[in-house]
Ligand binder design. Structure first.
Ligand code: SF4
Length: 241
């Protein structure tokens, strides 16, 4: 487990590592870049760089945290990657089910497999299930997510590289929007962000604006309409401390 600088979480927990690219949003995959760095630093967990690997020894970690945490699960991988066996996904879910004091945020681009497997998994209230949607081409991921039994459902619209008008936000609890950062970030149009914020407002969905992104993401900041948007699903407020 590691502290996270990601604005919408507190910690990361990586019972699996590694992945491969599936859509345009993966172009500058942060996990891939980090894996290379961690491999170069000699970390055993990343010795195979970005190859998909499961880590049984990481399963005990959430039991050791003293206080309630908000945890991004698999920041270095995609839990629903085809090379991660259902048995192992079940083990990860069992850990999350057994630790209701923590909120676990699971994010995938493999929404089709998520829907295929969802009935085999136990969806406790502390599991927030999200899909990444970077442009219109992959909007069907939202429908796959909607078809699951996840109690809390969210969208990560990051890196937002195209407009997303007419989002179906039925049964969606939370939307995160962010622009791409790095050396050659693809631009995010302010109108796309404002449109999504208005759609969330209309549908009464919690809206979180993470960042404008760009080459200097710190300087670009995260102010929209003269303010920050840090809304979270209501259930977050109910978690025990
Ligand atoms: S799905 Fe996520 S972890 Fe996998 S390559 Fe794409 S951005 Fe990286």
């Amino acid at each position: 487990m590691a502290q996270s600088s990601i604005e919408w979480t507190e910690m990361t927990w990586n019972p699996t590592t590694g992945c491969d690219k599936i859509s345009a949003g993966c172009k500058f995959c942060y996990a891939e870049i980090m894996s290379k760095r961690l491999q170069a630093m000699g970390l055993e967990k990343y010795k195979d760089n970005f190859e998909v690997r499961i880590h049984e020894d990481a399963l005990d970690t959430p039991y050791t945290w003293k206080n309630s945490k908000v945890v991004f699960v698999n920041s270095m991988s995609d839990l629903f990657h085809k090379d991660i066996p259902l048995d192992f996904i079940k083990k990860v879910f069992k850990v999350m089910n057994n630790n209701p004091q923590h909120v676990f945020q699971v994010l995938t681009k493999r929404a089709e497999r998520l829907l295929e497997l969802h009935a085999e998994l136990k969806w406790s209230h502390n599991i927030w299930m999200g899909v990444s949607v970077e442009n219109e081409k992959v909007k069907d991921r939202i429908d796959f997510l909607r078809g699951t039994n996840a109690k809390v459902k969210f969208l990560s619209l990051e890196p937002l590289i195209g407009p997303l008008p007419d989002l179906n936000l039925t049964n969606i609890d939370w939307v995160i929007v962010g622009g791409e950062s790095g050396h050659k970030p693809r631009p995010m149009d302010a109108d796309w962000v404002i449109d999504i914020q208005e759609q969330c407002n209309k549908s009464e969905v919690a809206f979180f604006f993470k960042q404008w992104g760009g080459k200097n993401k710190k300087a670009a900041g995260r102010i929209l309409n003269g303010r920050t948007y840090d809304e979270m699903p209501e259930i977050e407020l109910q978690r025990s401390i």
